[in-house]
Design a protein around this ligand. Sequence first.
Ligand SMILES: Nc1nc2c(c(=O)[nH]1)N[C@H]1C(S)=C(S)[C@@H](COP(=O)(O)OP(=O)(O)OC[C@H]3O[C@@H](n4cnc5c(=O)[nH]c(N)nc54)[C@H](O)[C@@H]3O)O[C@H]1N2
Ligand SMILES: Nc1nc2c(c(=O)[nH]1)N[C@H]1C(S)=C(S)[C@@H](COP(=O)(O)OP(=O)(O)OC[C@H]3O[C@@H](n4cnc5c(=O)[nH]c(N)nc54)[C@H](O)[C@@H]3O)O[C@H]1N2
Ligand code: SF4
Ligand SMILES: [Mo]
Length: 693
Amino acid sequence: MQKETYSLCFMCSVRCPIRVVTENGQVRWIEGNPHVAGMEGSLCPRGSAGIALLNDSERLQTPLIRTGPRGSGKWRQADWDEALDMVGEKLREIIDQYGGHSVVLGERTNLSTHVSKTFLKAIKSPNHFTHDALCKGSVNTACRSLFGYTDAQLGIDYKNTKQLILYGRNIFEAIEVKVANAVTEALDKGAKLTYIDPRVSVTATKANRYWMIRPGTDLALNYALIHVILKERLYDAGYVERWVDGLHRLQDFVRPYTPEWAEQETGIPAEEIVDFAREVSKDKPSVVFHMGYRGASHTDEIYLRRSILILNVLMGSIEAKGGYFIKKGPGEVGAKPARKLTEQDLPKVQVARFDKVGTPDFPLPDPNHGVGQMLPFAILNEDPYPIKAMIANRFDPLMSIPDTNLTKQALDKLDLIVTIDINFSDIAWYSDVILPESIYLERTDCVQQANGLKPQMFLRKQVIPPRYDTRPASIILKQIAERLGVAQYFPYETMEDLVRWQLEGTGFTLEDFDEKGFVAYTDKQILWDRQDGIKFKTPSKKIELVSSLLENSGFESFPAYQSKISPEDKFRLTMGRCALHTHVSTQNNPYLSEIVPENVLWINTRRAAQLGISDGALVEVTSSRGAGKIRAYVTDFIHPEAVFMLHGFGHEAQAATRCFNRGVSDSLLLENISDTVGGSPALHDTFVALKCA
Ligand SMILES: Nc1nc2c(c(=O)[nH]1)N[C@H]1C(S)=C(S)[C@@H](COP(=O)(O)OP(=O)(O)OC[C@H]3O[C@@H](n4cnc5c(=O)[nH]c(N)nc54)[C@H](O)[C@@H]3O)O[C@H]1N2
Ligand SMILES: Nc1nc2c(c(=O)[nH]1)N[C@H]1C(S)=C(S)[C@@H](COP(=O)(O)OP(=O)(O)OC[C@H]3O[C@@H](n4cnc5c(=O)[nH]c(N)nc54)[C@H](O)[C@@H]3O)O[C@H]1N2
Ligand code: SF4
Ligand SMILES: [Mo]
């Protein structure tokens, strides 16, 4: 008999709502949850490949304990008690000798992050970090510097927008299903799409206007746009007057940054910049300059993100139909959000974080997430103190932190590496103990509090029992906590117990999710009054162009532009995603690996000819940090100063046979340098040389 279950996809962390059909213990069908606006049954290719993941015989199946040197691939199977006892004993020794702060837990932010944070607090470690800084740390800091809200607290009303401007935000390949659907709908209704990227991505092909910008120079374009908008008074004067602090300083600052100046830097004709500023401002406030994720990633990234957000502010598009909105939580309708374990009375941790976030050395990045790419430096330099153990949960520091060799060197100093994963990731391969998690179809997860124009809650619900001897991470961490004598902070035996505990006081029950997979606190959209009702969270309660957050920590609000023209004999290395893969997770998926089995290096036709590189040839790509061999994809569709490769290839774990040693890992080539104000790694500030292999 067929059964349907509503749940949440986790082939990537967008968490699209899904409907799953099972029959006789097999998953027959997965589709987007038809009850959820914007999904309408659709799913991306990775979401559909969830069935292949479930049936994959190469995923982790039992706990494993290393028997040879790290990375040698020698393992023995263990039962859960043995593996957990071993982890518990080793952690106990480390904590007794070096203190709880010598333990770090890094993870991709997920629905159980409050469980991991509780685990660390229980053992008195401040050292929880998420992937966030690596993904959008500088976006987060830029948002706080202007509005007092993080990027995650802002949403975009794509459907009603009239002008969408994307700086390498490759919406049709770096997919979030609801967003891709909403943008398609807006384009069908006549919205204009402007796409800026040194590379012609799929999104570029859907745009009304495409600019092949010189890599790294988006900030110059924006300063010129702001220059024109202010000079020609194209901005929303009423909104700016009411909500904005610091316009005059901005005006003085952008005066020298003319369109003619920007043309020299970006390669975009000055008259096109002026025409665009005039066109876009006619549609204000239903205009979205997308704040972006990983397009244009440099040591001054925070200032690019601020400039993008400032363009929105000048269009009056913050808290506007067809613009940005501040996400509303259940508090707006007098209700309560799901509880988190971190709300309990936990031990106070006084020690500074390993990455020094929140101290004068690194004041601005979000301490709720930390800055993961600082980990290799903290371990190697024992600064601020020795780190001895790492738990990697749903995160691969070897492939997701730039400079794999440096990260490995640091990990070699640790006494214990534990990985909680579903796949033989490179970090699992390099661990001492692997604790396998049940995949998303096999487990119930913590509640997703989905704030937005309408606050809602979603649930990832177990669809079928685990295929193999695996457990949910929230249970694994509780069971380690038991061995460390801190079980009192984990008041549950099963995931269902934990969800019921979370829902207490919200007015909803676990069963309420059965019908549609979610519950809604209200059915009306909540937009605040643009005249008087917008609750900005900055000290001034206004949008701070001149930022107290930045300036109180000694950083400028508007530093002078630094040119980004690349050296003539090298290429700026850029990277990104494709629709068929998630970061470093899916390259071994039986379906997805068949369609995109390895990455290639995009190189401009003229530069390739100069180097004698033909399409399909094997080239050696070398940076200051590493080298690799990869096939060339010779094309006119990339700027001559840049090369591009997909992120996530070049896996080293031999047990993942479909992706082992296929293509090259960008992390092997990248230098580990950061935007030290905003917190993101500068992924596009490494230069590479090419030659025929
Ligand atoms: N299929 C798929 N979808 C995903 C993900 C995934 O792994 N797979 N991951 C999700 C996550 S976590 C994220 S963060 C987002 C990422 O979403 P995006 O940031 O939209 O995705 P990327 O593929 O990293 O796109 C980077 C783009 O920036 C361009 N670029 C490089 N240099 C410059 C520059 O100087 N200026 C400009 N304007 N562009 C430049 C690159 O050519 C590339 O096209 O995608 C999300 N969606
Ligand atoms: N060099 C370089 N570094 C980057 C980027 C880049 O483009 N280039 N992009 C950055 C960005 S935008 C992001 S968001 C991060 C992403 O960085 P990561 O979070 O490290 O990457 P993912 O591929 O999302 O997932 C990492 C691991 O989670 C495992 N996993 C998947 N599902 C589950 C599950 O249900 N449970 C458990 N326990 N594990 C699971 C996968 O097998 C994989 O090993 O990387 C950042 N780092
Ligand atoms: S974007 Fe695709 S892979 Fe990610 S959650 Fe949605 S359907 Fe799943
Ligand atoms: Mo990301």
